[in-house]
Design a protein around this ligand. Structure first.
Ligand SMILES: NC(=O)C1=CN([C@@H]2O[C@H](COP(=O)(O)OP(=O)(O)OC[C@H]3O[C@@H](n4cnc5c(N)ncnc54)[C@H](OP(=O)(O)O)[C@@H]3O)[C@@H](O)[C@H]2O)[C@@H](O)CC1
Ligand SMILES: [K+]
Length: 451
């Protein structure tokens, strides 16, 4: 943000102009929400506080004056200018209730724990009744890391200025922000920066498609068939034309549309028509499971690795492989373990995913309530999916969707990005308290939403 703002300033746009755009852009949201009702602003000493004075003056001009609380005077030149342009008074005394509260205490300049009168004010804000809006970022959250540095307030709305910051998409910070909206202030950003995933468009099958051209997905099953069956149920509904289960075991509850190949794995993997492979769900961690993983990787097809395959994976297994064809879907524990296996020493989920991608070339989907993708096209963040996804088997469904998309077009990064959207949409459709099997069936109407 600082670099983008500096570039704008070097090109002739003053900091004051950027603050004016920020404040007025935010104020337009606030006037709609307040609908003429009273607004209470909290202004800090930096430019976040400066935005607050711009908002306050904008509201005054509309005849919608409110209280401004500011424990400290402005400490930057531009914030001072905003304060001078504000024609109202600074309030004192306890924080009122039943207002639209606008928190402009700290933005991305928060560098240390919030204490003293600022902490008291945030605590009071947390306890009072009313709608709460954070300007740029909640004032106790560090914008680069999402680390909580003071009393946490639950906001109804967070208005990000100019661009999303990392904290807008990491847990637990993002859970405190309520709805999130971006206020454009006319900044340019270099391409290739981490960004929010854009909603995908999924193509229907081509007019001349047949089942192989649409994509043959082979799922390598292991000792525990339930997980690979769940993945297959999701894969059947995610676009692939043909889904096959490569399994030694017989499964009484295999649906008729799922083909089971119980022949020798090596032979089954020779099928030239296989568009993608999935291995991991229900694989087990035995030496036989490791052999199956090695065989699957040796087939040199686009492949999704999940669950047990991630526990078994070591650098020797992918040395010399075209790792751009490999998509992995670790949860937090699996990500930590993979980093250890690949000698990566870095802290934090985003940095770990990025380092693993940079080190190995694999597309890494670090899944969880704050999913992040580090792939061939860069880093992507996602809006939070429904919390009902925290159920056993939903990861198998995600792996099945990812592999099905990979079988359709063969692009690892794209497959994982599409899979997150489909998974979240399926969860929304499935509603509350769904099972993984129910979720897998909801992938069909979810896919229809992206056609
Ligand atoms: N730059 C631009 O072009 C634009 C920026 N914009 C806006 O500015 C925001 C960033 O502004 P910023 O950099 O001035 O930082 P900000 O978040 O207001 O806080 C810094 C102040 O707080 C202080 N402080 C820090 N931690 C503290 C603590 N724990 N407890 C107490 N004090 C603490 C710190 O003091 P110091 O560390 O020097 O003691 C300093 O005085 C950004 O989020 C956006 O809203 C927009 O207007 C668009 C144009
Ligand atoms: K703020």
């Amino acid at each position: 943000m600082r670099a983008a703002e500096k570039a704008a300033m070097d090109a002739g746009t003053s900091e004051w102009e950027l603050m004016r755009r920020s404040g007025e852009g935010a104020a337009r949201w606030i006037t709609r929400i307040a609908a003429g009702g009273p607004v209470c602003l909290l202004c800090g000493p930096g430019n976040n506080g400066g935005d607050g004075y711009v908002i306050a003056e904008y509201l005054r001009q509309l005849g919608n004056g409110g209280e401004v609380f500011a424990p400290k005077p402005p400490a930057t030149e531009t914030a001072r200018k905003a304060r001078e342009a504000f024609s109202g008074e600074i309030a004192s005394g306890p924080l009122p209730s039943n207002r639209v509260f606008v928190d402009c205490l700290f933005g991305y300049g928060l560098t240390r724990e919030v204490e003293g009168e600022f902490a008291d004010l945030l605590r009071a804000l947390g306890e009072t009744k009313g709608q709460k809006i954070a300007i740029d970022i909640p004032s106790s959250i560090a914008s680069d890391s999402g680390q909580q540095l003071g009393p946490l307030v639950r906001y109804d709305l967070t208005l990000a200025l100019g661009a999303w910051k990392r904290a807008h998409f990491v847990m637990p910070a993002m859970a405190s922000m309520g709805q999130k909206r971006l206020v454009d202030i006319g900044l340019d950003f270099p391409v290739g920066l981490p960004r929010l995933s854009a909603e995908p468009h999924i193509d229907p099958p081509a007019p001349d498609a047949h089942k192989y051209r649409r994509g043959l997905l082979a799922i390598v099953a292991g000792d525990m068939p339930g997980a690979s069956l769940l993945a297959a149920q999701a894969a059947l509904r995610s676009g692939a034309g043909y889904v096959k289960l490569l399994s030694d075991h017989s499964h009484p509850d295999v649906p008729a549309e799922l083909v089971v190949d119980d022949g020798p794995l090596a032979e089954a993997l020779e099928d030239e028509r296989i568009g993608a492979l999935l291995i991991g769900p229900g694989l087990g961690r035995t030496p036989a499971a490791r052999d199956r993983l090695s065989a699957a990787l040796a087939a040199k097809r686009p492949i999704v690795l999940d669950a047990d395959a991630l526990h078994l994976l070591d650098p020797t297994m992918i040395s010399g492989a075209d790792t751009a064809n490999i998509a992995i879907t670790p949860h937090e524990g699996e990500l930590a373990q993979l980093c250890e296996a690949f000698g990566i020493e870095t802290e934090g989920k985003i940095a770990k995913a990025q380092a693993l991608n940079a080190e190995t070339g694999m597309a890494v989907l670090a899944k969880g309530p704050d999913t992040v993708l580090a792939g061939q096209r860069g880093t992507r963040f996602f809006e939070r999916g429904p919390a009902w996804l925290s159920a056993a088997g939903t990861g198998d469904v995600l792996a099945g969707i990812s592999a099905s998309r990979l079988a359709v077009h063969g692009e690892a990064h794209r497959a994982l990005e599409e899979a997150v959207w489909l998974h979240h949409e399926a969860a929304r459709i499935a509603g509350a308290a769904f099972t993984a099997g129910y979720l897998a069936r909801a992938v069909k109407p979810a896919l229809e939403a992206f056609l």
